[in-house]
Design a protein around this ligand. Structure first.
Ligand code: SAH
Ligand code: SF4
Length: 350
C-alpha cells in the first residue's frame, strides 16, 4: 500500500498546515482545495498555479485520492458503474445516473453492511469496514470526471448504512457543501432506520433529504426482513422521522420495497396509508430487484405493483415509483455486491 496520506477528505482549513513553509499558506490551501474538490484533479502535477517546489513537496508525502478503479461498466441507458478500492483490495461501488434535467450519483458509505437485511446483496455479504470522508467524496469526484455535465445530486444509497458510519458521513456532507459546493438540498441520505442517529442528524443543521427504508407498516413483517426493527420498531421510527421533519423543515421519503407475497399485500397498502396520513412525506415504491436470497424472495407482477400504488393514491398518499435503470450492469440498489467477489479475492492474493 502507498505510505503517503491522501489530501482528499481534508477541509480547506486542514490543508493550510501542509503549506507551513510557504508565505501565503491560506491562499495555497484554497488553491489546493479548489483543485481537489472543484476541478477533480487526480495528481499534484495538474495543479499548475501552485509553485513547482510546493507540488513536489506535496507529492513526496501525500497523494490526492487513494481510490483506484477495478472495473467500469456502462449500461445501454447511459448509467455508469465503478467498482473501486482504496489500495486494500476491498471493493465498493458507485453509480453515475444521468437524467434529462440533472445528473445524479449513488455512493457507498461502507464496504459491506452490518444491518443484515434479508433482501439485500450487500447485507447478505456482511460488514468489512467503514469508508472515510475522503473515500465517500472521492466516489463523487471520480464519477464527475466521467460526466460532461455537472453531477448535481448525490444519493447515499450505495453499499452500507450511512448512519452506522455517522461521523464520516456527516464530515462528507460538510465537504460536499463547503468544498465541492453542493447544497444540502441536493443530497439524499438513505437509512435503514437507526432512530438515535436520525435524531442526531436532525440536530446537525444540515437540511439534507432523508429517505427511510420502511418496507412494511407491520412490525412482524419488518422485523423478519430487517433485524434493525427489533431494536427500533415502526412507531419509534415514525416518531424520529416526525422530529426530523420538524427540525429541518424537509419532507421525508419512505422507501417501500415490494416483495411478492411479503410486503405487497393490500392490507399493508391500507396500513401504510393510515400510518403516513397527515405526514409530510413521499412514498417511493421499489419493486424487488432479484437477489438470490436464502428465503427465495420474488418480485411482484406489474399488476400487483399497480394495485398497491392505486390503494395509496386513493387514500391521498404522494407516491412515486423508482425509475429503474442500469439493469444490464446490475447497477440497482441492493445489487451492488457479489458479482466481483471472485475478482477481488484474486486481487487480494496477488
Ligand atoms: N443502508 C441504506 C442505504 C443503502 S440501501 C438503506 O438501507 O436505506 C438503498 C436502498 O436499496 C434501500 O431502500 C434498500 O432497502 C434498497 N434495497 C436493498 N436491496 C434491494 C433489492 N434487492 N431490491 C430493491 N431495493 C433494494
Ligand atoms: Fe445495509 Fe441498506 Fe442493505 Fe439493509 S438495505 S443490509 S441497511 S445496505
Amino acid at each position: 500500500m502507498d505510505p503517503r496520506t491522501p489530501v482528499i477528505g481534508l477541509t480547506c482549513a486542514q490543508m493550510e498546515p501542509l503549506f507551513e513553509s510557504e508565505p501565503r499558506s491560506l491562499v495555497r490551501a484554497r488553491q489546493l482545495a479548489g483543485w481537489v474538490y472543484r476541478k477533480g484533479a487526480r495528481d499534484f502535477s495538474e495543479m499548475t498555479d501552485l509553485p513547482a517546489a510546493a507540488r513536489r513537496g506535496l507529492a513526496e508525502r501525500h497523494l490526492v485520492c487513494p481510490l483506484q478503479v477495478l472495473d467500469h461498466r456502462t449500461s445501454k441507458d447511459g448509467v455508469q458503474k465503478l467498482l473501486v478500492h482504496a489500495g486494500d483490495g476491498q471493493g465498493f461501488e458507485c453509480v453515475l445516473l444521468p437524467y434529462e434535467d440533472r445528473v445524479s450519483c449513488c455512493i457507498s458509505t461502507q464496504v459491506g453492511c452490518a444491518m443484515g437485511c434479508g433482501f439485500c446483496a450487500t447485507g447478505l455479504g456482511g460488514f468489512d469496514r467503514n469508508l472515510s470522508p475522503g473515500e465517500i467524496v472521492g466516489q463523487y469526484l471520480l464519477l464527475q470526471r466521467l460526466s460532461p455535465r455537472r453531477v448535481s445530486h448525490v444519493v447515499y444509497m450505495g453499499m452500507g448504512e450511512p448512519l452506522h458510519n455517522y461521523d464520516a458521513v456527516v464530515a462528507s456532507l460538510r465537504l460536499f457543501r463547503e468544498e465541492v459546493g453542493l447544497s444540502y438540498r441536493r443530497i439524499t441520505v438513505s437509512t435503514v432506520g437507526l432512530v438515535p442517529e436520525i435524531r442526531r442528524l436532525a440536530g446537525e443543521r444540515m437540511p439534507v433529504h432523508l429517505a427511510v427504508s420502511l418496507h412494511s407498516p407491520f412490525d412482524e413483517v419488518r422485523s423478519r426482513l430487517m433485524p434493525v426493527n427489533r431494536r427500533w420498531p415502526v412507531t419509534d421510527l415514525l416518531d424520529a422521522c416526525r422530529d426530523f421533519v420538524r427540525d429541518t423543515g424537509r419532507k421525508v421519503t419512505f422507501e417501500y420495497l415490494l416483495i411478492a407475497g411479503v410486503t405487497d399485500t393490500s392490507d399493508q397498502a391500507e396500513a401504510l396509508a393510515s400510518l403516513v396520513r397527515g405526514f409530510p412525506c413521499l412514498v417511493n415504491l421499489i419493486p424487488f430487484n432479484f437477489v438470490d436470497t436464502p428465503n427465495g424472495l420474488k418480485r411482484p407482477s406489474a399488476a400487483k405493483v399497480r394495485a398497491f400504488r392505486d390503494v395509496l393514491e386513493r387514500r391521498g398518499v404522494n407516491v412515486t415509483q423508482r425509475m429503474e435503470r442500469g439493469h444490464d450492469i446490475a447497477a440497482a440498489c441492493g445489487q451492488l455486491k457479489g458479482r466481483h467477489e471472485g475478482k477481488l479475492a484474486k486481487r487480494r492474493l496477488s
